[in-house]
Design a protein around this ligand. Structure first.
Ligand code: NAD
Ligand code: THR
Length: 394
């Protein structure tokens, strides 16, 4: 057995890893991380975060390896998606189930799933603020990948800062600890909202000033930094993409600043009219959902040695409400677009990137988007047309 400061190297279960030599005797922070680890020099690259609420000395002996759930690259991962009933989770589950098998992907949320989602594969109740319940789900289902989608988005976050802080920050802490303790590969999405008015906006590179002015943005910068810290400090396999505004036809957005770019299609088809809550010249990075979900799978499958960073910008297109309206009007010339600016959303949008530099993702793991603005508009309209025909048949 090799020792290194207060750490011991062990291979008792699963891969070689570092664990604290006398875990049960040292002082813990409120988050359950050993404070004395901070002073143990030199710090080995891989060690494990342990919570006081998660292990008592009776439950786990001091020489246990918490990396006991090993994920072989040849096996299918067993995936848990948190916050899975939002705009993105159901589509991601569908993509991952196609690849890994229906029963290897569990959707979870605190809401009641609609019947088609409930019957399309495993669904489980999970509140990310309930740490013990999360741990039970991970253990009982032998989870190896965790996709953490639960969050309050930018506009709803500003309307309820306390809840956003709790879900987006405390919830993330639970997720990080669970993932580190059980050796999971963890995906946490970040956003264009992780930048602020002092960031370069056109284009915004991966590494630059990040001083967002929303609780959503602050919580996402915190998530990026904590994930990267757990990666360097504890060997957590943390992967993060900063998504642009995502546009989807069969799922509705959950209260963000980019929601107008989805709503315009619904209103255009329903009434031929749309009232936009952002100014016509507000340029923001955007992406069709299929590109976003494929990027997520691709970065999760990327060999670790191709990832020069753990947080990447990804992008597809940038447009303004005026440009989106004009593209739609090519197919729907009678569409009427008016503007009634929501000051909160406008201030948020004015502080976000106008264009996103994703050259590192393109270089490191060959990221490439499929949909530009014309394909996006055509695909969205095709979806609604197909839906209309189906409803006529039924
Ligand atoms: N949709 C976008 O345009 C976009 C862009 C950038 C980043 N993202 C990120 O992607 C992720 C998914 O986004 P989305 O658009 O699907 O979000 P959404 O708002 O549509 O869904 C979030 C889900 O989280 C759930 N949730 C809330 N509190 C919870 C709790 N305590 N425990 C468990 N679940 C809880 C909600 O019920 C909801 O279903 C989020 O982290 C978001 O920040 C989304
Ligand atoms: C951009 C993204 O994070 C989300 N759609 C929002 O507007 O809040």
């Amino acid at each position: 057995m090799e020792t290194h400061g207060v750490y011991r190297r062990t291979r008792s279960h699963g891969p070689l890893c570092w664990v604290p030599a006398s875990a049960h005797t040292r002082a813990q922070s409120p988050e359950g991380i050993y404070l004395t680890d901070i002073y143990a020099q030199p710090i080995p690259p891989v060690a494990i975060a342990i919570r006081n609420i998660s292990f008592s000395p009776r439950q786990v002996t001091s020489d246990a390896s918490f990396h006991s759930v090993s994920f072989s690259e040849t096996d299918h991962p067993k995936v848990l998606i948190t916050g899975g009933l939002g705009q993105l989770g159901v589509g991601l589950a569908k993509l991952l189930r196609k690849r890994f098998g229906k029963n290897n992907v569990i959707l979870s949320d605190i809401r009641k799933p609609p019947s088609n989602v409930f019957h399309s594969g495993p669904f489980i109740y999970s509140d990310i603020l309930d740490y013990k319940n999360l741990r039970e789900i991970v253990v009982n289902n032998r989870i190896t990948w965790l996709v953490h989608y639960s969050a309050l988005l930018s506009a709803v976050g500003e309307a309820n800062v306390a809840l956003a802080r709790s879900v987006n920050i405390t919830g993330l802490h639970n997720i990080l600890d669970i993932a580190a303790e059980h050796g999971l590969r963890l995906f946490v999405p970040s956003t264009i909202g992780a930048f602020g008015p002092t960031s370069p906006r056109n284009p915004t590179p991966d590494l630059c000033v990040q001083r967002p002015r929303t609780i959503y943005g602050v919580s996402k910068v915190h998530a990026e930094l904590m994930g990267e810290y757990y990666h360097h400090r504890y060997g957590l396999d943390f992967r993060c993409l900063r998504y642009p505004g995502i546009i989807s036809a069969d799922s509705m957005p959950g209260g963000g600043t980019t929601d107008y770019a989805v709503q315009i299609f619904h209103d255009a088809i329903k009434s031929g009219k749309f009232e936009c809550n952002l100014r016509p010249d507000t340029r923001l990075p955007m992406m069709y959902i299929d590109d976003c979900l494929r990027a997520t799978l691709e970065v999760m499958e990327a060999p670790a040695d191709t990832l020069s960073m753990r947080t990447y910008n990804i992008n597809a297109m940038s447009f303004t409400p005026e440009e989106l309206s004009q593209e739609l009007q090519k197919q729907m010339p009678d569409l009427e677009v008016t503007y009634d600016v929501d000051l909160v959303r406008q201030a948020i949008a004015d502080s976000w990137p106008m264009d996103f530099d994703d050259s590192n993702a393109r270089k490191d793991w060959s990221w490439k988007h499929d949909y530009d603005l014309p394909e996006l508009v055509q695909t969205m309209l095709n979806f609604f047309e197909a839906e209309r025909r189906m409803s006529h048949i039924n």
